[in-house]
Design a protein around this ligand. Structure first.
Ligand SMILES: [Fe+2]
Length: 200
C-alpha cells in the first residue's frame, strides 16, 4: 500500500512551511529542503500503532501547548503533530543508559517516515523525540546527517561543547557521525522533530 496517510502529508507540509521560512544562512534549511524533496515520493504506508503509549507521553499535551506569540507556522506544525501523535509507536532508546531509570522512564522516540515508521521510506528518516522535564538524553551518534526542529524547548550539545538552549521554532544541525546529546529544562518537556538523511 503506497497511499500516504493524510496526517503524514499534513505534518510534512507543515514542517516544510516552517523550514522555508528559516533564514537562508542556516545550513539546516537546505538539508531540510533535500529531505522534503525526497519525501515528495511516498513510501509504504504501515498500519497505525495499537501499542500502549510510554509513560513519557503524558507530557505531550504540555509540550504542544500553544505559547503566547507563537509563530502561525509553528502553531500549524504543533496542530499537525498533535493530529498524528495518537497514531505513532513510541519506543525507548536502549543501549545508551539502560540502567538509568530516570532516562528510561523519561524519554520516547517515534518514527513518522523510515524504518518502523508510519510510512516506510528509503531516503528520509523523519521522527520525533520527547524528553520529560529534568531528563537528559545522553550522548549518542549516528552516521546520517541530522536536523532538529524544536517544538518544546530544551538544550542541545555537540561533542564536548556548551549546551545550547533552543526555543520553539529553532533548529540544530548535526553533521554526520557527530556525538550529540539533549536535555529538557527542569520545568518543561523537550519535544523535537528530527530528520536524518539515509542515502544519496
Ligand atoms: Fe541524533
Amino acid at each position: 500500500m503506497s497511499d500516504r496517510h493524510p496526517d503524514v502529508q499534513n505534518l510534512i507540509d507543515a514542517h516544510r512551511l516552517v523550514s522555508q521560512a528559516l533564514p537562508a544562512e542556516q545550513s539546516v534549511k537546505s538539508f531540510f529542503a533535500k529531505c522534503h524533496a525526497a519525501l515528495e515520493v511516498p513510501g509504504t504506508a504501515h498500519p497505525p500503532s495499537t501499542a500502549k503509549p510510554l509513560a513519557v507521553c503524558g507530557h505531550l499535551t504540555e509540550a504542544l501547548r500553544r505559547q503566547p506569540g507563537d509563530d502561525p507556522l509553528m502553531a500549524n506544525l504543533c496542530a499537525a503533530f498533535e493530529r498524528i501523535s495518537a497514531h505513532l509507536t513510541w519506543r525507548l532508546r536502549t543501549g545508551l543508559d539502560d540502567h538509568n531509570t530516570t532516562f528510561m522512564n523519561g524519554h520516547g522516540n517515534a518514527v513518522i517516515t523510515g524504518m518502523n515508521g508510519l510510512e516506510g521510506h528509503q531516503q528520509a528518516l523523519f521522527g520525533v523525540s520527547l524528553v520529560a522535564p529534568g531528563v537528559t538524553y545522553p550522548n549518542h551518534w549516528h552516521p546520517p546527517e541530522e536536523g532538529y526542529l524544536v517544538i518544546g524547548a530544551g538544550a542541545w550539545r555537540q561533542e564536548q561543547g556548551d549546551w545550547q538552549h533552543r526555543n520553539r521554532g529553532q533548529t540544530i544541525h548535526n553533521p554526520p557521525h557527530i556525538v550529540h546529546a539533549m536535555r529538557a529544562t527542569a520545568s518543561a518537556p523537550l519535544l523535537a522533530l528530527w530528520m536524518l538523511w539515509l542515502e544519496d
